[in-house]
Design a binder for this molecule. Structure first.
Ligand code: ATP
Ligand code: MG
Length: 404
């Protein structure tokens, strides 16, 4: 595998996708895509190593066949309801005449000294802003003069077991994990514009098992969390409500599903009941099943944003992506529940295979490539992945925030 090739591996709840791209000064050109159905995850977390390895293997083989290269190493995404972030502060005296790396490190260490429940681990400490002698809004304090340095940070916590299981799956599939990237951040890289990130925007990536949230303002990630509800819940509601097999419920959802009540059509649709007979039901009935779940999802997103104190700070509103954002009426419902303008987004910032890639379900995969491009251009040393995972995840977010 040539050094200028970057591979993003999105291990999602419904699909595993591998994207291979050539990195050059012009940016990224996608050469190959491989996808496989995912059966080993629940709500974004690996619950069955064997089936996950199998899906990864199939996606990688397909991508290799598509572009004729052998894939050895990947940038992989992590999500799951176990990921949460909260704000913390730390302060230190500035030792010399100006702020040094060591002063910044001490301020961040102080901010990190918070209570974290035993079953959780700090994954990232993301600097949001620094304050020197009461003067806030500083993104990089290095070299500035003053007496007291304060750091405001976002602390991202998650289950280490979940990270380790994901890495183990990749390794069992014969892949080296170059880095692990939070999926909300990867999707943000592929969809958000600079002005959105500057003025304030919420990214909402609705997948199969999870909905990833990332809030940006002043060009910096200010809050991220993952809600364990996605398109699969909508499918299951239809399956239970209409007593259908999941495959048929999925087909009905994609072909006739509507998220908002006032958009439903008066027509009827034929469905297979109990795998045999056909039955005609009004489309409005399907909407009545779907609507409460979609509303619940956006209510939870609103609650998350409110609790994080960022709900009224998103001047640019919401950017909606992920496979399940394609459900008809999702944008309208999101606008109604969240009370903000909502833009639908597919991944941007790469060339090649545009027809295939221009789909909101590939936002995370393309974001992993964009992140990988940065690392290819500014390589870091890769060591023992288990030993270094937490440090490297932390370093990545620090680099990302620092305007990598
Ligand atoms: N046209 C469509 N209308 C409605 N839902 C859709 C459509 N296309 C895809 N979906 C839904 O999108 C979901 C899959 O989205 P995506 O591929 O982004 O998820 P994932 O990455 O596998 O899962 P996750 O990110 O939650 O781990 C499925 O629930 C699927 O039913
Ligand atoms: Mg996903």
């Amino acid at each position: 595998m040539s050094d200028s090739l970057v591979v993003g591996l999105d291990v999602g709840t419904t699909k595993v996708c591998a994207l291979v791209a050539q990195a050059s000064e012009q940016g990224l050109n996608i050469l190959g895509l491989g996808t496989a159905e995912s059966r080993g995850l629940r709500k974004g977390i690996v619950v069955n190593i064997e089936s996950t390895v199998e899906s990864i293997h199939r996606a990688i083989k397909e991508a290799e066949a598509a572009c004729g290269v052998s894939i050895k190493s990947v940038f992989v995404g992590i999500a799951g309801g176990h990921i949460k972030s909260f704000e913390s502060f730390g302060a230190t005296g500035i030792k010399g005449a100006e702020v040094s790396e060591a002063d910044i490190e001490r301020a961040l260490d102080a901010a990190k000294a918070v209570y974290v429940p035993l079953d959780r681990e700090v994954l990232h400490v993301i600097p949001v802003e620094y304050t020197i002698d009461g003067e806030g809004g500083i993104t990089n304090p290095l070299g500035m003069s003053g007496v007291r340095l304060e750091a405001r940070v976002q602390i991202v916590t998650g289950s280490v077991t979940a990270v380790q299981n994901l890495v183990r799956c990749c390794e069992k599939a014969g892949l080296e994990v170059l880095d692990i990237v939070l999926e909300p951040l990867a999707s943000a890289l592929a969809t958000l514009t600079e002005s959105e990130k500057e003025e304030g925007v919420v990214l909402v990536d609705i997948g199969g098992g999870t909905t990833d949230i990332a809030f940006y303002r002043d060009g910096v990630l200010q809050h991220t969390s993952v809600v364990a509800i996605g398109g699969n819940h909508i499918t299951n509601d239809i399956a239970i409500g209409l007593r259908l097999p999941v495959d048929e419920a999925e087909r009905i959802k994609k072909s006739y599903g509507v998220a908002v009540l006032d958009m439903e059509s008066r027509e009827s649709v034929d469905i297979m009941v109990a795998g045999r007979e056909q039955k005609s039901i009004p489309i409005g009935y399907i909407t009545e099943i779907i609507n409460p779940r979609c509303e619940e999802l956006f209510e939870i997103v609103k609650k998350e944003l409110t609790e994080a104190g960022v709900y009224d700070k998103a001047a640019y509103g919401v950017v909606l992506t992920g496979g399940a954002s394609q459900l008809r009426g999702m944008q309208k419902l999101a606008e109604a529940v969240l009370g903000m303008p909502v833009r639908m987004a597919s991944p941007k910032g790469v060339s090649g295979l545009e027809d295939l890639i221009n789909d909101p379900k590939y936002s995370t995969g393309v974001g992993l490539l964009l992140y990988g491009l940065d690392e290819v251009q500014q390589p870091v040393g890769y060591g023992d992945i288990f030993g270094n995972i937490l440090k490297r995840m932390k370093d990545w977010v620090m680099g990302f925030i620092g305007g990598k």
